[in-house]
Design a protein around this ligand. Structure first.
Ligand SMILES: Nc1ncnc2c1ncn2[C@@H]1O[C@H](COP(=O)(O)OP(=O)(O)O)[C@@H](O)[C@H]1O
Ligand SMILES: [Mg+2]
Length: 152
């Protein structure tokens, strides 16, 4: 069986004021449908760079990523990210932060009521129903992370 996700000889060279910095070289990885995989390594070894490339937020400078027979060239709703620094918009409530992402993906296929129900359901799953109308600076770090998980 062909892997669902395949990274082939992925390389990443960043341009920096001191010249090129090679963060990744020949990263090869196959993940099958249903597999749960953790990338483990010391700080700065390139984990986030790999994930950002899979997410389509960064373009590899060498090699490529194939997901379900298609090359990854940009972000897509089938590859959600929970960011290390939560990345919530501070002027929106928890509900509105999740709603923004849900609308981005489902605006054309779900009604307003369905979108609201879906946002609430996912906030309930991470036990954030009681605080969903609070803004990021009114909730704890762990709560912010849970909102990021609901959004993903
Ligand atoms: N935009 C960038 N420009 C230059 N160097 C970068 C950039 N992003 C990451 N790096 C470097 O690439 C290496 C891998 O970073 P990263 O993937 O964030 O590591 P990890 O997530 O494993 O801690 C580090 O040495 C980091 O300094
Ligand atoms: Mg990292």
């Amino acid at each position: 069986m062909k892997a669902l996700l395949e990274l082939s000889n992925v390389g990443m060279k960043f341009d920096t004021p001191k010249g090129q910095f090679e963060a990744l070289k020949d990263v090869n990885l196959k993940i099958d449908s249903g597999e749960f995989v953790s990338l483990i390594g010391h700080s700065g070894c390139g984990k986030s760079t790999v994930l950002n490339i899979v997410a389509g937020l960064l373009q590899a400078t060498d090699g490529g990523v194939i997901l379900d027979k298609h090359e990854v060239t940009e972000p897509g709703p089938e590859r959600a990210v929970v960011f290390q620094n939560h990345s919530l918009l501070p002027w929106l409530t928890a509900f509105e932060n999740v709603e923004l992402a849900v609308k981005q993906v489902f605006k054309k296929t779900k009604s307003k009521a369905e979108i609201r129900d879906w946002v609430e359901h996912n906030l309930e799953l991470v036990h954030m129903a009681h605080a969903m109308h609070k803004k990021p600076d009114e909730i704890s770090g762990g709560m912010k992370q849970r909102v990021g998980i609901a959004r993903a």
